[in-house]
Design a binder for this molecule. Structure first.
Ligand code: RIB
Ligand code: CA
Length: 317
């Protein structure tokens, strides 16, 4: 069994990633740690519990993490995923926050990794605040991880939140800097441009969401808003946007579950710009090895789309 911990800011694509992990036969989710991001933390917690409810997996522990970025800079929390982060389709029977674990997410993350040394794959699909605080509290954490998969950053300086910034790395640039600097375990990064260039054809979405299952009905409901936006002129500006459906977080999760999914990648040292007027939060790829960093991250370039589609179809069965 692959042991996963998911660090999320449940939004719609985080929800898709969680459901894909829950449908994978050889995966055990040890816990889900929640972080501010797409929507305020309270909504992230509620949304995460809603996803587990529709999958009948409320047995999976959910932990409350950081509600603000390290420096609490202005957040760019657009409403792509809706005000509540899950498509603004509230569920009157949504599970309550009393189901949350008492332990703080950062402490829980450290405890779970220590209890499973060398076996846990951490999948981070939110701003990296929880992970940055965790490594400050427990400097040996990274060496106890089997691997770290991140959805975040960029490889061609393109942005989706600022001109040069991807949301997760802009929302907490200092945390992203700390994580890319201190997590020296095998690290795999699904950047914004990678997810755009490997987006799913819109022709996939119809049959996918029209499956006659409760999970598909839930997914159809929560994705309506973001899919409408993604197809609107306003989002056409994005790289290859409008040419397909971009479930950003799900690429990182799918790669963590099946490492044959990524058919092309490159290894390069990376860091994050903290000061740039236009480039704060931008991921810097050090091809010239100026940073003299021993640790190199694996930057995903291409995905086996047919395999990815199958995993997504399975996630709603
Ligand atoms: O830039 C895309 C990322 O920002 C995804 O993780 C999405 O959920 C948002 O958090
Ligand atoms: Ca996310």
């Amino acid at each position: 069994m692959k042991k996963l911990i998911l660090d999320v800011d449940t939004g719609v694509d985080d929800a898709q990633a969680i459901m894909l992990a829950l449908a994978a036969p050889d995966v055990e989710i040890l816990g889900i740690t929640c972080c501010h991001g797409n929507t305020p933390l309270e909504n992230v917690l509620k949304n995460t519990l809603r996803v587990l409810k529709v999958c009948n997996r409320l047995d999976i522990p959910v932990y409350k993490g950081c509600s603000k970025p390290l420096l609490a800079r202005k957040q760019h929390a657009g409403d792509y995923h809706g005000k509540d982060g899950l498509g603004d389709v509230p569920d009157p029977d949504a599970p309550g926050l009393e189901l949350l674990q008492k332990r703080n997410a950062v402490k829980a993350l450290i405890k779970m990794v220590k209890a499973n040394p060398g076996e846990v794959t951490l999948v981070a699909t939110a701003p990296l605040t929880n992970l940055a605080v965790a490594v400050q509290l427990e400097p040996s954490l990274p060496e106890k991880l089997k691997a770290l998969y991140i959805m975040g950053g960029n490889m061609e300086s393109r942005g989706n939140t600022t001109a040069c910034g991807e949301f997760n790395f802009v929302a907490d640039s200092e945390a992203a800097y700390i994580v890319l600097d201190r997590y020296t375990c095998p690290t795999y990064i699904a950047t914004w441009e990678f997810t755009c260039r490997n987006s799913l054809p819109w022709s996939f979405c119809g049959p996918w969401l029209d499956m006659k299952t409760e999970k598909a009905a839930f997914m159809k409901k929560i994705t309506h808003l973001s899919m409408t936006k993604a197809r609107s002129a306003e989002y056409q500006k994005e790289i290859t946007a409008g040419k397909g459906f971009n479930s950003c977080d799900t690429y990182a999760l799918a790669a963590a579950i099946d490492d044959t999914l990524i058919t092309e990648s490159e290894k390069v040292a990376v860091t994050v710009e903290l000061e740039g007027t236009y480039t704060q939060g931008m991921m810097v790829l050090d091809y010239m090895e100026q940073l003299k960093k021993k640790h190199k991250a694996v930057i995903m370039k291409k995905v086996d789309l047919e395999k990815f589609k199958k995993m997504l179809m399975n996630s709603l069965k």
